[in-house]
Design a protein around this ligand. Structure first.
Ligand SMILES: [Zn+2]
Length: 526
């Protein structure tokens, strides 16, 4: 149970945190210096705090970097960022200094969150339950607004008598408690985390501001306001059912009567648009079909146990064979087929996975929509790779997007074409140096070509990308040892350029670690 580990880690953090607050000098003593030197946490202090939290999340077994869902999220996130910038909500300093990264969390509870430093998180449960990309956009726009309005820095400043590592631990504890209560420990953490959550909750005014600005941003970014209405309906229903356990989102963003009234008023002011057709209406747009596929994918990734996967396969098997064949398709059927194909693959029923994916491919071809056809082709390739097939793998038509580029590289590696895999990956990481997954694939590609030094360096860079500097330093040291032993045996000389890159990077990481240690000393003095 992956949850157990997270929950246990949280308990340790929580216990630590509780005892240190107890020992903290009372507020009546001499004023303690705050984290920043103003009423708000400084931008760089907030980013440091965010990095600290993010580094823990990267190491959490429930952290997920699914490139397919990642591309889908980016397709929503980037227009929101652009709209926020155009409206003047996104200060240039924030834009430059913050991470602006949307993290995926393997958990089926319905939650999204904003962390210090421009890190955001989305649970698979939220992605599985939203019925359109507009609904997803409304949640992300709201979270984005919490960051751009510096709500987080103001909350953190309230905690300014806490050391940053304690705040980081509190945030991680609250996050762990927001997960599905699978593990018995989660309930224990829950009680303590609830108390911390109260300290970390946004105020009512902040919630209303995030609603107001988020709404304007999502409209400017071209999303439909029904998405906002739909998401709000979902939240209200859940609140009525008192279903907060599955909706941790409600705990961190409570629905107050003022908030509901303001949202309703805003939606009415913006003359109500036509409601979205139900998921069972045939001949849905390509966009709605793609969303249904992504929601189905999130369902599979969020609950990857046999008990979660079997019902998805059964649902797919119930979809009539005619569905999609003539171009008429309901999002529900389309989603069921995609989820079933992926679930079958995970259950190692490769024949079933292939046959369901083939139906998606045929249906996408009938509709003549390139994006759907590309997505169906990628799923078929993914299924072949999972089946261990390494011959006659189809080549993806379009590898511009990250998911396709990484998947094609995996296919090339499986087929023994390591050289073909490495060159697009090299190009990619030079533009996206924080892409840990791409670095890992590149390390494999170099390894298979016997380029040991480059393989170790790529592995080191993947650790840097996930902010694990000690592990990165170990890898760079290993690379330097390898160079030395090669030199001693007279083998090298060819790797002069690689060698000097590694020496430079090793020095840079050493420097980073020294700065980090110094910063921690300062933090502990506060
Ligand atoms: Zn909120």
């Amino acid at each position: 149970m992956t949850h157990t580990r997270v929950a246990l880690a949280a308990i340790i953090f929580v216990a630590f945190c509780a005892s240190s607050t107890a020992q903290a000098p009372a507020r009546s003593g001499p004023a303690l210096p705050t984290l920043g030197d103003t009423s708000e946490l400084s931008v760089s202090a907030e980013r440091r705090l965010g990095d600290r939290i993010a580094a823990s999340i990267y190491r959490d077994p429930d952290y997920l970097d699914d490139p397919v869902l990642g591309d889908y999220l980016q397709g929503i996130w980037l227009p929101l960022m652009a709209a926020a910038r155009a409206r003047g909500e996104l200060a240039p300093e924030l834009e430059q200094r913050f991470a602006w990264e949307v993290m995926q969390i393997r958990d089926r509870s319905i939650n999204a969150f904003a962390l210090p430093g421009g890190y955001l998180g989305v649970h698979m449960g939220l992605m599985a339950v939203v019925s359109s990309r507009d609904e997803l956009a409304s949640v992300l726009a709201h979270e984005l607004s919490h960051v751009t309005q510096r709500h987080i820095s103001r909350l953190m400043t309230k905690q300014s008598d806490q050391m940053p590592w304690v705040i980081a631990a509190m945030v991680l504890g609250v996050l762990a408690a927001s997960k599905s209560p699978d593990a018995a420990n989660a309930a224990i953490v829950g009680g303590q985390a609830a108390a911390m959550q109260n300290q970390l909750n946004f105020s009512r005014d902040m919630e209303r501001e995030a609603d107001r600005i988020g709404f304007a941003i999502m409209l400017d970014a071209g999303f439909e306001k029904q998405g906002f209405a739909g998401m709000f309906d979902k939240l209200q229903q859940a609140a009525r059912l008192n279903d907060n356990g599955a909706f941790p989102y409600l705990r961190s963003h409570p629905l107050t009567t003022e908030r509901i009234a303001e949202v309703k008023g805003r939606l009415q002011l913006e003359a109500p648009g036509p409601a979205l057709p139900p998921a069972t209406a045939p001949d849905a747009s390509g966009e709605r079909v793609l969303h249904a596929w992504m929601a189905a994918r999130a369902r599979v990734l969020g609950d990857p146990g046999v008990d979660g996967l079997r019902p998805l396969l059964a649902e797919a098997q119930r979809v009539p064979v005619t569905a999609g064949a003539s171009g008429a398709w309901t999002p529900r059927d389309a989603g069921a087929l995609y989820g079933g194909a992926l679930a079958a693959s995970r259950l190692r029923d490769h024949a079933q996975a292939r046959s369901l994916a083939a139906r998606l491919t045929v249906a996408a071809a009938t509709r003549q929509q390139a994006e759907l056809a590309d997505t169906a082709q990628a799923l078929a390739l993914e299924i072949e790779l999972a089946a261990g097939n390494s011959t006659d793998l189809p080549r993806l038509k379009n590898t511009r997007a990250r998911a396709a580029l990484l998947l094609q590289a995996r296919a090339d590696l499986a087929a023994g074409r390591a050289e073909e895999a490495s060159s697009p990956l090299q190009g990619w990481v030079s533009n996206h140096p924080r892409d840990a997954l791409a670095w890992q694939l590149l390390a494999q590609a170099y390894g298979k070509q016997g380029q040991t030094l480059r393989a170790i360096r790529a592995d080191a860079e993947s650790r840097v990308a996930q902010l694990d500097y000690p592990a990165a330093r170990d890898r760079f040291k290993a690379a330097q040892d390898f160079m030395r032993s090669n030199r001693a045996s007279g083998a090298a000389a060819s790797n002069y350029i690689d060698g000097s890159i590694i020496d430079t990077r090793a020095r840079e990481i050493d420097q980073l670690l020294r700065e980090q240690a110094l910063q921690e000393k300062l933090d502990r003095k506060l």
